[in-house]
Design a protein around this ligand. Sequence first.
Ligand code: HEC
Ligand SMILES: [Cu+2]
Length: 346
Amino acid sequence: MLSGIPLFPEEASTLATKVDALYFFLVAVSAFFVVLIAGTILYFAIKYRRRSEDEHGASIHGAILLETVWTIIPLGIALVMFIWSADIYFQAYEPPKSNSAVNVYVLAKQWMWKFQHMDGQREINELHVPVNTEIKLIMTSQDVIHSFFVPDFRIKMDVLPGRYRTLWFQATKPGTYHLFCAEYCGAGHSRMVGQVIVMKPADYQAWIAGGVGTDTLAAAGQKVFTNLACVTCHSPDSGARGPMLSGLFDQKVRLQNGQTVVADDAYLRESIMDPGAQVVAGYQPIMPTYQGLVNEEQLLELIEYIKTLKPAPSAPTVTTPEPDGHAAAPKTPAMSSPAGAPAAHR
Ligand code: HEC
Ligand SMILES: [Cu+2]
Protein backbone atom coordinates (compact mmCIF):
# COMPACT_ATOMS: atom_id res chain seq x y z
CA MET A 1 0.00 0.00 0.00
CA LEU A 2 2.53 2.61 1.11
CA SER A 3 5.34 0.42 -0.10
CA GLY A 4 7.60 3.24 -1.25
CA ILE A 5 7.66 4.93 2.15
CA PRO A 6 8.58 2.66 5.07
CA LEU A 7 5.98 4.25 7.34
CA PHE A 8 3.76 1.26 7.64
CA PRO A 9 4.89 -2.35 8.14
CA GLU A 10 4.21 -4.86 5.41
CA GLU A 11 1.19 -7.14 5.68
CA ALA A 12 2.82 -10.54 5.77
CA SER A 13 0.56 -12.73 7.87
CA THR A 14 -3.07 -13.80 7.84
CA LEU A 15 -3.61 -11.65 10.90
CA ALA A 16 -2.01 -8.52 9.47
CA THR A 17 -4.82 -7.70 7.04
CA LYS A 18 -7.44 -8.13 9.75
CA VAL A 19 -5.58 -5.98 12.25
CA ASP A 20 -5.06 -3.30 9.63
CA ALA A 21 -8.72 -3.23 8.60
CA LEU A 22 -9.65 -2.61 12.23
CA TYR A 23 -6.89 -0.05 12.60
CA PHE A 24 -8.02 1.92 9.55
CA PHE A 25 -11.60 1.80 10.77
CA LEU A 26 -10.51 3.30 14.12
CA VAL A 27 -8.49 5.97 12.35
CA ALA A 28 -11.41 6.79 10.04
CA VAL A 29 -13.91 7.08 12.91
CA SER A 30 -11.49 9.28 14.86
CA ALA A 31 -10.77 11.46 11.84
CA PHE A 32 -14.48 11.86 11.12
CA PHE A 33 -15.21 13.06 14.66
CA VAL A 34 -12.15 15.32 14.80
CA VAL A 35 -13.36 17.09 11.67
CA LEU A 36 -16.98 17.13 12.83
CA ILE A 37 -16.21 18.53 16.29
CA ALA A 38 -13.52 20.99 15.27
CA GLY A 39 -15.67 22.11 12.34
CA THR A 40 -18.78 22.73 14.43
CA ILE A 41 -16.77 24.57 17.11
CA LEU A 42 -15.38 26.86 14.46
CA TYR A 43 -18.72 27.31 12.72
CA PHE A 44 -20.66 28.04 15.92
CA ALA A 45 -17.95 30.36 17.24
CA ILE A 46 -18.42 32.51 14.18
CA LYS A 47 -22.17 32.15 13.75
CA TYR A 48 -23.08 32.83 17.41
CA ARG A 49 -20.36 35.32 18.21
CA ARG A 50 -21.21 38.24 20.48
CA ARG A 51 -22.25 41.13 18.33
CA SER A 52 -22.67 43.90 20.92
CA GLU A 53 -21.46 44.65 24.47
CA ASP A 54 -24.87 44.12 26.14
CA GLU A 55 -25.85 40.91 24.32
CA HIS A 56 -26.62 37.86 26.57
CA GLY A 57 -27.02 34.28 25.43
CA ALA A 58 -30.42 32.58 25.66
CA SER A 59 -30.64 30.15 28.60
CA ILE A 60 -31.32 26.58 27.40
CA HIS A 61 -32.28 23.72 29.73
CA GLY A 62 -31.59 20.38 28.06
CA ALA A 63 -32.83 18.79 24.89
CA ILE A 64 -33.82 15.17 25.46
CA LEU A 65 -33.89 14.15 21.84
CA LEU A 66 -30.47 15.61 21.07
CA GLU A 67 -28.89 14.04 24.15
CA THR A 68 -30.40 10.64 23.42
CA VAL A 69 -29.10 10.73 19.88
CA TRP A 70 -25.59 11.69 20.87
CA THR A 71 -25.53 8.91 23.44
CA ILE A 72 -26.98 6.11 21.32
CA ILE A 73 -24.87 6.68 18.21
CA PRO A 74 -21.47 6.68 20.00
CA LEU A 75 -22.59 3.67 22.05
CA GLY A 76 -23.29 1.80 18.84
CA ILE A 77 -19.95 2.80 17.35
CA ALA A 78 -18.10 1.79 20.53
CA LEU A 79 -19.82 -1.60 20.53
CA VAL A 80 -18.83 -2.20 16.92
CA MET A 81 -15.22 -1.43 17.87
CA PHE A 82 -15.41 -3.70 20.89
CA ILE A 83 -16.90 -6.72 19.15
CA TRP A 84 -14.69 -6.40 16.10
CA SER A 85 -11.48 -6.09 18.12
CA ALA A 86 -12.45 -8.79 20.61
CA ASP A 87 -12.94 -11.14 17.66
CA ILE A 88 -9.48 -10.34 16.28
CA TYR A 89 -7.97 -10.59 19.74
CA PHE A 90 -9.23 -14.13 20.15
CA GLN A 91 -7.98 -15.10 16.72
CA ALA A 92 -4.57 -13.63 17.54
CA TYR A 93 -4.08 -15.19 20.96
CA GLU A 94 -5.86 -18.50 20.63
CA PRO A 95 -3.40 -20.88 18.97
CA PRO A 96 -5.05 -23.07 16.34
CA LYS A 97 -5.91 -26.55 17.50
CA SER A 98 -4.95 -28.22 14.23
CA ASN A 99 -2.20 -30.81 14.29
CA SER A 100 -0.70 -29.46 11.11
CA ALA A 101 0.81 -26.51 12.96
CA VAL A 102 4.60 -26.46 13.09
CA ASN A 103 5.76 -26.08 16.68
CA VAL A 104 8.88 -24.11 17.49
CA TYR A 105 10.29 -23.45 20.93
CA VAL A 106 11.47 -19.93 21.61
CA LEU A 107 13.92 -19.23 24.37
CA ALA A 108 14.65 -15.59 25.13
CA LYS A 109 17.65 -14.49 27.14
CA GLN A 110 19.75 -11.41 27.60
CA TRP A 111 20.23 -10.63 24.73
CA MET A 112 19.30 -13.10 22.09
CA TRP A 113 16.50 -15.21 20.70
CA LYS A 114 17.09 -18.94 20.54
CA PHE A 115 14.85 -21.16 18.47
CA GLN A 116 14.58 -24.92 18.66
CA HIS A 117 12.84 -26.83 15.93
CA MET A 118 11.29 -30.23 16.56
CA ASP A 119 13.71 -31.82 14.13
CA GLY A 120 16.62 -30.65 16.20
CA GLN A 121 17.74 -27.52 14.39
CA ARG A 122 18.73 -24.70 16.64
CA GLU A 123 19.03 -21.14 15.56
CA ILE A 124 19.99 -17.88 17.17
CA ASN A 125 18.30 -14.64 16.15
CA GLU A 126 16.98 -16.28 13.01
CA LEU A 127 13.80 -18.24 12.61
CA HIS A 128 13.14 -20.18 9.41
CA VAL A 129 9.51 -21.07 8.76
CA PRO A 130 7.48 -22.30 5.79
CA VAL A 131 5.00 -19.97 4.11
CA ASN A 132 1.22 -20.53 4.41
CA THR A 133 1.62 -22.81 7.40
CA GLU A 134 0.45 -22.28 10.94
CA ILE A 135 3.45 -21.78 13.18
CA LYS A 136 3.00 -22.20 16.90
CA LEU A 137 5.65 -20.67 19.14
CA ILE A 138 6.04 -21.99 22.66
CA MET A 139 8.00 -19.30 24.41
CA THR A 140 9.84 -18.85 27.66
CA SER A 141 12.61 -16.69 29.04
CA GLN A 142 15.77 -17.69 30.82
CA ASP A 143 16.09 -14.45 32.78
CA VAL A 144 13.92 -11.33 32.61
CA ILE A 145 10.74 -10.43 30.75
CA HIS A 146 11.21 -10.03 27.00
CA SER A 147 8.63 -9.51 24.29
CA PHE A 148 8.45 -11.23 20.94
CA PHE A 149 7.41 -8.71 18.29
CA VAL A 150 7.20 -9.13 14.52
CA PRO A 151 5.59 -5.96 13.17
CA ASP A 152 4.99 -7.36 9.68
CA PHE A 153 2.93 -10.18 11.20
CA ARG A 154 1.17 -7.90 13.71
CA ILE A 155 2.03 -10.24 16.56
CA LYS A 156 3.54 -9.40 19.91
CA MET A 157 3.62 -11.24 23.18
CA ASP A 158 5.57 -10.95 26.40
CA VAL A 159 7.97 -13.81 27.06
CA LEU A 160 8.10 -14.60 30.75
CA PRO A 161 10.64 -16.44 32.88
CA GLY A 162 9.32 -19.61 34.51
CA ARG A 163 6.29 -19.89 32.25
CA TYR A 164 5.33 -21.01 28.77
CA ARG A 165 3.26 -18.79 26.57
CA THR A 166 2.10 -19.63 23.09
CA LEU A 167 1.80 -17.34 20.13
CA TRP A 168 0.98 -18.28 16.58
CA PHE A 169 1.08 -16.86 13.08
CA GLN A 170 0.73 -17.89 9.48
CA ALA A 171 3.02 -16.03 7.10
CA THR A 172 1.58 -15.24 3.69
CA LYS A 173 4.65 -14.25 1.64
CA PRO A 174 8.19 -15.53 1.52
CA GLY A 175 10.70 -12.96 2.70
CA THR A 176 12.73 -11.74 5.62
CA TYR A 177 11.00 -9.89 8.41
CA HIS A 178 12.24 -8.00 11.44
CA LEU A 179 11.96 -9.51 14.87
CA PHE A 180 12.29 -7.23 17.88
CA CYS A 181 12.33 -7.52 21.61
CA ALA A 182 9.62 -5.08 22.64
CA GLU A 183 10.18 -5.07 26.40
CA TYR A 184 13.13 -3.20 27.88
CA CYS A 185 15.36 -5.97 29.19
CA GLY A 186 18.67 -4.38 30.08
CA ALA A 187 21.69 -2.79 28.47
CA GLY A 188 21.62 -4.92 25.32
CA HIS A 189 17.89 -4.59 24.72
CA SER A 190 18.20 -2.57 21.53
CA ARG A 191 20.44 -5.23 20.05
CA MET A 192 18.03 -8.05 20.85
CA VAL A 193 16.81 -8.22 17.28
CA GLY A 194 16.56 -10.93 14.72
CA GLN A 195 14.78 -12.00 11.59
CA VAL A 196 12.03 -14.35 10.63
CA ILE A 197 12.79 -15.96 7.29
CA VAL A 198 9.69 -17.19 5.53
CA MET A 199 10.47 -19.79 2.87
CA LYS A 200 8.65 -21.60 0.10
CA PRO A 201 7.77 -25.15 1.20
CA ALA A 202 10.46 -26.77 -0.97
CA ASP A 203 13.15 -24.40 0.29
CA TYR A 204 12.03 -25.00 3.83
CA GLN A 205 12.22 -28.78 3.39
CA ALA A 206 15.74 -28.40 2.04
CA TRP A 207 16.68 -26.20 4.97
CA ILE A 208 15.25 -28.62 7.51
CA ALA A 209 17.03 -31.51 5.81
CA GLY A 210 20.29 -29.56 6.10
CA GLY A 211 20.23 -30.20 9.81
CA VAL A 212 20.73 -33.95 9.58
CA GLY A 213 22.91 -35.46 12.24
CA THR A 214 21.44 -33.40 15.03
CA ASP A 215 19.18 -35.20 17.45
CA THR A 216 15.53 -34.36 17.22
CA LEU A 217 14.30 -32.51 20.24
CA ALA A 218 12.50 -35.61 21.48
CA ALA A 219 15.61 -37.77 21.06
CA ALA A 220 17.67 -35.26 23.01
CA GLY A 221 14.93 -35.32 25.63
CA GLN A 222 15.10 -39.06 25.90
CA LYS A 223 18.79 -38.80 26.77
CA VAL A 224 18.09 -36.21 29.44
CA PHE A 225 15.31 -38.44 30.76
CA THR A 226 17.77 -41.31 31.11
CA ASN A 227 20.64 -39.20 32.45
CA LEU A 228 18.50 -37.68 35.18
CA ALA A 229 17.17 -41.10 36.12
CA CYS A 230 13.55 -40.14 35.58
CA VAL A 231 13.13 -43.72 34.37
CA THR A 232 13.68 -45.11 37.83
CA CYS A 233 10.21 -43.91 38.80
CA HIS A 234 8.53 -43.37 35.44
CA SER A 235 8.68 -46.68 33.70
CA PRO A 236 6.20 -49.50 33.45
CA ASP A 237 8.47 -51.92 35.28
CA SER A 238 9.66 -49.82 38.18
CA GLY A 239 6.85 -50.87 40.49
CA ALA A 240 5.14 -47.69 39.38
CA ARG A 241 6.45 -45.31 41.95
CA GLY A 242 5.47 -42.54 39.59
CA PRO A 243 2.67 -42.37 37.02
CA MET A 244 3.20 -43.57 33.47
CA LEU A 245 3.94 -40.65 31.22
CA SER A 246 2.90 -42.24 27.94
CA GLY A 247 -0.12 -40.65 26.35
CA LEU A 248 -0.12 -38.04 29.08
CA PHE A 249 0.15 -34.93 26.92
CA ASP A 250 -3.09 -33.03 26.38
CA GLN A 251 -5.02 -35.43 28.59
CA LYS A 252 -6.92 -34.64 31.75
CA VAL A 253 -5.12 -35.41 35.00
CA ARG A 254 -6.87 -35.85 38.31
CA LEU A 255 -5.00 -34.29 41.21
CA GLN A 256 -4.76 -35.15 44.89
CA ASN A 257 -6.87 -32.10 45.76
CA GLY A 258 -9.74 -33.32 43.58
CA GLN A 259 -9.16 -30.85 40.78
CA THR A 260 -8.67 -31.87 37.19
CA VAL A 261 -6.12 -30.18 34.96
CA VAL A 262 -5.06 -30.62 31.37
CA ALA A 263 -1.49 -31.83 30.90
CA ASP A 264 -0.28 -29.05 28.61
CA ASP A 265 3.22 -27.63 28.27
CA ALA A 266 2.81 -25.48 31.36
CA TYR A 267 1.66 -28.44 33.43
CA LEU A 268 4.56 -30.64 32.34
CA ARG A 269 6.95 -27.84 33.09
CA GLU A 270 5.56 -27.40 36.57
CA SER A 271 5.52 -31.14 37.20
CA ILE A 272 9.28 -31.17 36.68
CA MET A 273 10.29 -27.87 38.27
CA ASP A 274 7.84 -27.87 41.18
CA PRO A 275 6.36 -31.39 41.50
CA GLY A 276 4.75 -30.63 44.85
CA ALA A 277 2.52 -27.91 43.39
CA GLN A 278 0.16 -30.29 41.63
CA VAL A 279 0.33 -33.84 42.87
CA VAL A 280 -1.34 -36.55 40.82
CA ALA A 281 -4.16 -38.32 42.65
CA GLY A 282 -3.07 -41.61 44.16
CA TYR A 283 0.65 -40.84 44.28
CA GLN A 284 2.97 -39.70 47.04
CA PRO A 285 4.76 -36.39 46.50
CA ILE A 286 8.13 -38.13 46.36
CA MET A 287 9.34 -36.67 43.10
CA PRO A 288 12.28 -34.35 43.71
CA THR A 289 12.31 -30.91 42.12
CA TYR A 290 14.56 -30.49 39.12
CA GLN A 291 14.79 -26.75 39.56
CA GLY A 292 18.44 -25.86 39.02
CA LEU A 293 19.25 -29.32 37.68
CA VAL A 294 17.85 -28.82 34.22
CA ASN A 295 18.23 -25.68 32.15
CA GLU A 296 15.44 -24.31 29.99
CA GLU A 297 16.71 -26.13 26.91
CA GLN A 298 16.81 -29.51 28.61
CA LEU A 299 13.38 -28.81 30.00
CA LEU A 300 12.03 -28.20 26.50
CA GLU A 301 13.63 -31.43 25.35
CA LEU A 302 12.14 -33.39 28.22
CA ILE A 303 8.71 -31.99 27.53
CA GLU A 304 9.03 -32.74 23.85
CA TYR A 305 10.08 -36.28 24.70
CA ILE A 306 7.10 -36.77 27.01
CA LYS A 307 4.82 -35.49 24.25
CA THR A 308 6.06 -38.18 21.91
CA LEU A 309 5.35 -41.00 24.36
CA LYS A 310 2.29 -42.56 22.81
CA PRO A 311 0.16 -44.90 24.86
CA ALA A 312 1.06 -48.53 24.16
CA PRO A 313 -1.03 -49.44 21.12
CA SER A 314 -2.42 -52.78 22.27
CA ALA A 315 -3.01 -52.17 25.95
CA PRO A 316 -3.06 -48.51 26.91
CA THR A 317 -2.00 -48.52 30.52
CA VAL A 318 -4.10 -46.89 33.15
CA THR A 319 -2.70 -46.68 36.63
CA THR A 320 -5.31 -47.09 39.28
CA PRO A 321 -4.53 -45.76 42.71
CA GLU A 322 -5.14 -48.06 45.62
CA PRO A 323 -6.87 -46.85 48.76
CA ASP A 324 -3.72 -46.87 50.85
CA GLY A 325 -2.21 -44.28 48.56
CA HIS A 326 0.23 -46.64 46.89
CA ALA A 327 -0.03 -46.89 43.18
CA ALA A 328 -0.98 -50.23 41.79
CA ALA A 329 0.77 -51.74 38.86
CA PRO A 330 -0.48 -50.56 35.48
CA LYS A 331 -3.67 -52.23 34.39
CA THR A 332 -5.35 -52.42 31.09
CA PRO A 333 -8.57 -50.46 30.67
CA ALA A 334 -10.52 -53.67 30.39
CA MET A 335 -9.57 -54.43 33.96
CA SER A 336 -10.06 -51.00 35.45
CA SER A 337 -13.18 -49.91 33.62
CA PRO A 338 -15.76 -52.66 33.21
CA ALA A 339 -17.35 -51.01 30.20
CA GLY A 340 -13.99 -51.21 28.50
CA ALA A 341 -14.52 -47.65 27.33
CA PRO A 342 -11.55 -46.12 25.55
CA ALA A 343 -10.12 -44.89 28.80
CA ALA A 344 -9.29 -41.25 29.11
CA HIS A 345 -5.90 -40.92 30.73
CA ARG A 346 -6.62 -41.71 34.35
C1 HEC B 1 11.61 -40.53 42.95
C2 HEC B 1 10.75 -40.91 41.89
C3 HEC B 1 10.60 -39.91 40.71
C4 HEC B 1 11.59 -39.42 39.91
C5 HEC B 1 13.08 -39.68 39.95
C6 HEC B 1 10.92 -38.60 38.93
N1 HEC B 1 9.58 -38.59 39.17
FE1 HEC B 1 8.19 -37.59 38.08
N2 HEC B 1 6.76 -38.17 39.40
C7 HEC B 1 6.93 -39.01 40.46
C8 HEC B 1 5.69 -39.18 41.21
C9 HEC B 1 5.48 -40.02 42.44
C10 HEC B 1 4.74 -38.38 40.51
C11 HEC B 1 3.27 -38.22 40.86
C12 HEC B 1 3.12 -37.27 42.01
C13 HEC B 1 3.32 -35.83 41.63
O1 HEC B 1 2.59 -35.33 40.77
O2 HEC B 1 4.24 -35.21 42.19
C14 HEC B 1 5.43 -37.78 39.39
C15 HEC B 1 4.83 -36.97 38.44
C16 HEC B 1 5.44 -36.53 37.27
C17 HEC B 1 4.76 -35.88 36.20
C18 HEC B 1 3.29 -35.59 36.14
C19 HEC B 1 2.66 -36.88 35.68
C20 HEC B 1 1.17 -36.92 35.50
O3 HEC B 1 0.67 -38.03 35.26
O4 HEC B 1 0.50 -35.90 35.59
C21 HEC B 1 5.69 -35.64 35.23
C22 HEC B 1 5.47 -34.97 33.88
C23 HEC B 1 6.96 -36.13 35.72
N3 HEC B 1 6.77 -36.67 36.96
C24 HEC B 1 8.15 -36.07 35.01
C25 HEC B 1 9.37 -36.46 35.54
C26 HEC B 1 10.64 -36.23 34.89
C27 HEC B 1 10.81 -35.56 33.52
C28 HEC B 1 11.60 -36.72 35.71
C29 HEC B 1 13.10 -36.67 35.50
C30 HEC B 1 13.65 -35.34 35.26
C31 HEC B 1 10.93 -37.29 36.86
N4 HEC B 1 9.60 -37.11 36.72
C32 HEC B 1 11.57 -37.91 37.91
C33 HEC B 1 8.11 -39.64 40.83
C34 HEC B 1 9.35 -39.38 40.26
CU1 LIG C 1 14.64 -8.60 25.52
